[in-house]
Design a protein around this ligand. Structure first.
Ligand code: MG
Length: 255
């Protein structure tokens, strides 16, 4: 079931979204060569506690993971792309780090992800990250009343194709609001003009993620972390977006 949100409810989601953006910006500054993933996890945990927010991940136990998740952020390095379980690992020069954070404030949830290079950048990694950012921007641009979910999916897939990246269809975006995962599903591949109609009040997380040379994935023995099957590097960009009569609003943008 899809629940449309009132303008007031969207503003409450924006409160959570701004806090997500704030923490991700802090992490982008903190993530340096030698910094341990567990230090980043600890930072997020502390910020969430101080704010009186609620982690969407802590104790999350979906069918696809070996639940419950014991952390407050997903940190995925290099060939890891989604649901990365923070572990005792010191970041190395040239690592691609993807950070995915969802939390709630006063019952309303927001979800965003960003990828970055730690230390010295490889040009191909920068190109991969930029492709996910460009795909996200292209998807947001068509998140308009009168369009359909398929327009968003097709916009993402077109950017991937233009850059030569295959697209996985198992994990994509999702409705969001009272909980992290609501209807509708927002695939990263689809046909323009098809699917659920976009209406004012629809709030969705749009999240293109690509691996350099494969659309296939496997789950790490840790039971959570999803990796590219060929070990190629990956990137992930995500925003929570509200469809409104005035156009798309990015709720996880920095204030
Ligand atoms: Mg997310």
């Amino acid at each position: 079931m899809v629940e449309l949100k009132s303008p007031e409810e969207i503003e409450r989601m924006r409160v959570a979204g701004r806090f997500v953006a704030e923490i991700l910006a802090e992490l982008r500054t903190l993530a340096r060569v030698g910094v341990n993933l567990l230090e980043l996890e600890q930072h997020v945990r502390q910020r969430i506690q101080e704010r009186g927010a609620v982690s969407c991940y802590l104790d999350y136990a979906p069918s696809f993971g070996r639940g419950p998740f014991r952390n407050t952020i997903c940190l995925s390095v290099n060939d890891a792309v989604l649901h990365g379980l923070p572990f005792d690992y010191a970041l190395r020069d040239g690592d691609v780090l993807s950070m995915d954070l969802a939390l709630g404030i006063d019952g309303w949830v927001a979800d965003s992800a960003t990828s970055m290079i730690v230390g010295t950048a490889d040009a191909e990694d920068l190109r991969l990250i930029k492709a996910t950012e460009d795909a996200l921007a292209a998807a947001i641009a068509v998140a308009l009343p009168g369009n359909r979910i398929g327009d968003i999916s097709a916009a993402i897939a077109a950017v991937a194709r233009a850059n030569g990246y295959p697209v996985n269809t198992e994990f994509g975006g999702h409705g969001i609001g009272r909980t992290m995962h609501e209807d509708p599903h927002v695939s990263n591949v689809g046909r323009a003009g098809r699917g659920y109609p976009l209406r004012p009040g629809l709030t969705i997380a749009i999240e293109p993620w690509f691996a350099r040379t494969t659309d296939r994935i496997y789950t790490d023995p840790d039971g959570w972390t999803i990796r590219s099957v060929d070990g190629s590097r990956t990137a992930h960009s995500e925003h929570t977006v509200a469809i409104t009569a005035d156009g798309p609003q990015v709720l996880t943008a920095a204030a």
